[in-house]
Each structure stands twice: as structure tokens, then as C-alpha cells.
Design a protein around this ligand. Sequence first.
Ligand code: C5P
Length: 396
Amino acid sequence: MLSGKNVLLAVTGSIAAYKSAFLVREFIKSGAFVKVIVTEAALQFVTTVTLSTLSKNPVYKDFIKDENTGEWNNHVDLGSWADLMVIAPATANTISNLVSGKADSFFLSTFLSCNAPVFVAPAMDLDMFKNKSTQSNIQLLSKRSINVIEPNEGELASGLEGKGRMEEPEEIVTYINNYFLEKATLKNLNILISAGPTYESIDPVRFISNHSTGKMGYALANEAQKRGANVQLVSGPVSLKTPENVQRIDVKSTLEMKKEITKRFDKIDVLIMSAAVADYEPKNIASNKIKKQDQEISIQLKKTPDILKDLAKIKKKQIVIGFALETENGIENAYKKMKRKNLDAIILNSLTDTGAGFGHDTNKVTLITPSEKREFELKTKDLVAIDILNFVEECV
Ligand code: C5P
């Protein structure tokens, strides 16, 4: 479950900090990407070189990166990069700071900025752990949906025996893995998503296409894999990185896209057609480059097959979702399109709102089903993907 996830590990000042090196290694072994924040106190127990070598990333400590240039570390960016944040070891002082809402360090500011699930692995001497303040702080963290990974009983650095030893790195990773397994709401579901534009050849050099960048489809694929689905992404030509754990099938033309989706259709549970498939293709593809001429030329176009409509017609158990890009009477036209194509839902894309549509990182959509209409605010395509997959979860 951790493969492809962005893990932000914060190491604070306890002797158990030496185990953070093993923890980084465990995360890397499970396929996660790791970035580490250290506090000043943590550096008395472990070095940045160890952590940066193991995590393959620079280690963060302060806001200021370079005094001369004013270059700084952005806590908000780092917080939103993380799919999960792990604070291990978490000292009594750290736990108290987490509860207080203080933001007087890079670490605490990043913690406050992070909306991802947080896991705290306390490490301290037995009496510090038993202390009513610590216990009440831990309860407060739990109440705020922060996951506290109970420390172990055993020999402590002080020489005393009791509860306070940080959980072992392997166990921490297992705990987090199980957390995500439970949340894997689309586990075992086969989802096929189409994305990007299609290229319809005119001659060996030119083609007809559109402005689609594929961002929406790729965000959907990424969100679906995060929820444990088996994701196949049939993608037109785009310059985007394939999300982790996603099987990408590259295609160019509508006909190729149709072939790749159709042969998989029987075995999938959900089809989301977010690709901007061309509606027309040249009737004849010239075998040689068309020569420039003085007079105007025209290219005769014929209709491409409607992949979505053809497949939704023969759907059995599959949930089929389409996209609609309308410039006028959006809701009405999208609703009609959903009915005409026999879809379970259609996502109406806005082109008229600033920041929505092709190429943007944001989108404003309305989800329309035969029985309801959900309008969403302008938000990032990653967040739009969450809304759409929440709907898929309701359907399966
Ligand atoms: O009819 P229109 O092109 O507006 O429909 C858009 C929806 O249909 C999108 O989900 C798109 O991926 C899909 N589509 C298709 N095959 C086409 C054209 C569009 O599957 N030839």
C-alpha cells in the first residue's frame, strides 16, 4: 500500500532517532518516496548525511535554505507533497508542541500545513510517558484523528524498564500499511481511465488534435490507485509522468484507443472516459506529405466511432462515466448526452470559468447522474479526482 506514496518523516530529538535511518530504509524498500525533516535536537543523535543518503533527498531543517539568495524551504509545498506524515521518534516535548498548535519551527509549520494522515511514534522514558500531561496530550492527538503508534515496554536508555521504547521501524511500517489497507476502498476494482487527446493523421507529417493535456485523466488514475484499484490508463499523446502503480497503454488515434479499451472492457468494473477523443478524422490519410500549393485545399473528414457510446450500449456490470465539454446550455446538453450514451454519470467541464478546462491545474465540474446534479467549486484536478472517485465508491 505504500508503493508510490510520498512519505514525510519528521525526526525529533530522542535517542530512538538512530532508528529513523532504518525507518527510512523500510519506507524506501516498500516503494515509497521519502523526504525527511529533522529538528535541531534530532541532529544530536543522527546526521543529515545519513538521512539524505538513505532517503535520496535533501533533508529539511530550517526555513532558510540560503541566506545569501534568500532561497527558502516552503512548508506549505512540503505539507501538500506528503501523502502521509510520520513523526518518529516523537519526544514528550514534540507531542506537547503538536497539541499546542505552535508554528515556531519549520517542522511544526509543516505539520500544521499537512492535510495528509499523520502518524506519531512516541519515544521517551517510562515516567515521562506515564505523566498525566503526556497522556492527556496523546489523547488530544488521537481525538484530532492523528494516529498514535503506541511505544513498547522494555529496557529504556535510562536503564529503567517500562513503556516508552519507540515501536520498531518494521512494525511502524506494518502499522501504516494496515492503515492504508483499511482505507483502500476500491481494492480489487478494475478501473480503466482514458486520458489526453487523440491524433488523427492527415499525412505522414500532420495530424488533427486538440488542446487536451491529459491532466484530469492522470489525476483520476492516481487517485484510483491510491484507493487500491487496479488502474489501466489508456493515454493519448501527453507529456505527463505515469502515476505509480498504474498500467499505462499509449495510443495515438481514436481507432487505436477504441481497440485498446474495447479489448479490456469485459474485464473492467469502471470505465471513465476523460480523453478528449476527436469526433472527426480525415477520410483518407495521404501516404506522402501533402505538398504546399498556391490554392486552398480542403480535407474531407469522417466521423470517428464514439467509443463511449458503443461500449456503454453493451455494458453489463460496468459503471460507465463520460465527460462533456460544453460551451452553451451545459447542464441540459450534458444531461441529454448522458442519456443518449447510456452513461451512469457525466462530468460537465466548464470552459467559461477562469482556471477551468484544458491545460489548467484546476477544474470546475458538475457531476450529473440520471437522478441528481452535484456542482463543485473550482479546485485542483487532484481534488476533482477525489470528488469523482467518491461518486464511484458510492456506485460499486
Ligand atoms: O459527444 P462528445 O464528444 O461531447 O462526448 C464526450 C465524451 O465521449 C467523453 O467522455 C469522450 O471521452 C467520449 N468520446 C468517445 N469517442 C468519441 C468522442 C468522444 O468515447 N469519438
